[in-house]
Design a protein around this ligand. Structure first.
Ligand SMILES: N[C@@H](CCC(=O)N[C@@H](CS)C(=O)NCC(=O)O)C(=O)O
Length: 269
């Protein structure tokens, strides 16, 4: 953290002029946090859920990475060298990337605000951490197989198979009714935005009959999340982004429709 803070103070102080935007500096100087994110981002959505569940909207501005030139601009890369969102800028200008790190920071910093989103027992907290880790380590790195261009149909098919496998892994972990038991936690926040992608994309473009078929715990969990107005609003935001991609023929133009037409591979699970 000390290194990150030194970096941000350096950039804000002008020794690396033009690397950080004036606007970011001004927000940081005004003592407000900013979250770089866009509505369709599933990793960002888990942070938006925490912000809204804890009532932090007046403390954290949500801004598009486009305001500083986009995810791969020198300005953004100076803040997050991975060029990914979400990215939280703390009050003093410190950049904090990685959704799980941001989640844990907000839960810690605002422990007494709104819903705790932390499970009650060490065992339930371990379960929440495990489900989140499975999501972050085994699903997020391959989620692009659902919507990004890939050279080989074989590689895409392998990743789709792996998504189905990890869904079964999660089915075995979910305690019910929420991921870690009776209380909604940051693990639910991590999972449901990615499930919004599964629900929208897998049946329409990969021929899945039902993402929850044979996965009754996840099915019951999903119904519960849909009934949560904060989660429902975020699902709507993600859905809006994905519908925009569909309207722009993303799946056709990225060559996905053609690859999935290749029946030498299995696409539907
Ligand atoms: N491990 C990162 C993953 C972040 C991530 O992959 N974000 C996506 C949006 S949901 C992104 O920025 N994609 C743009 C890119 O990779 O160029 C996290 O949890 O924050």
């Amino acid at each position: 953290m000390a290194i990150l803070r030194a970096h941000s103070l350096q950039t804000c102080s002008g020794t690396r002029r033009n690397i950080i935007s004036r606007r970011t500096c001004l927000r940081a100087m005004a003592g407000r946090m900013s979250l770089y994110d866009v509505p369709v981002s599933n990793n960002g959505a888990r942070i938006r859920y925490i912000i809204r569940k804890k009532g932090l909207e007046s403390e954290i501005d949500i801004v598009s990475p486009q305001t500083i030139g986009g995810l791969k601009s020198p300005q953004y890369l100076a803040l997050n060298p991975q060029g990914k969102m979400p990215l939280l800028i703390l009050e003093d200008g410190t950049p904090l990337p990685e959704s799980e790190v941001i989640s844990q920071y907000l839960l810690d910093k605002f422990a007494s605000r709104g819903e705790s989103l932390v499970a009650d027992t060490p065992e339930a907290r371990a379960k929440a951490a495990l489900a989140t880790r499975i999501h972050d380590v085994y699903i997020v790195p391959i989620q692009g197989a659902m919507y990004r261009t890939m050279d080989s149909a074989e590689a895409r098919a392998k990743n789709i198979e792996q998504i189905a496998y990890q869904l079964d892994v999660l089915e075995g972990i979910v305690e019910g009714p929420y991921v870690a038991g009776s209380r909604v936690t940051a693990a639910d926040a991590a999972l449901f935005p990615t499930f919004s992608f599964f629900k929208f994309i897998l049946p329409t473009y990969f021929g899945w009959r039902d993402v929850f078929a044979g996965r009754p715990k996840l099915a019951a969990w999903w119904s519960l999340m849909e009934a949560d107005p904060v989660a429902a609003k975020i699902m709507e935001e993600i859905h809006g982004g994905l519908s925009g991609w569909a309207a722009n023929n993303r799946w056709r133009d990225q060559g996905i429709v053609d690859q999935v037409a290749n029946t030498a591979y299995k696409w539907a699970y």
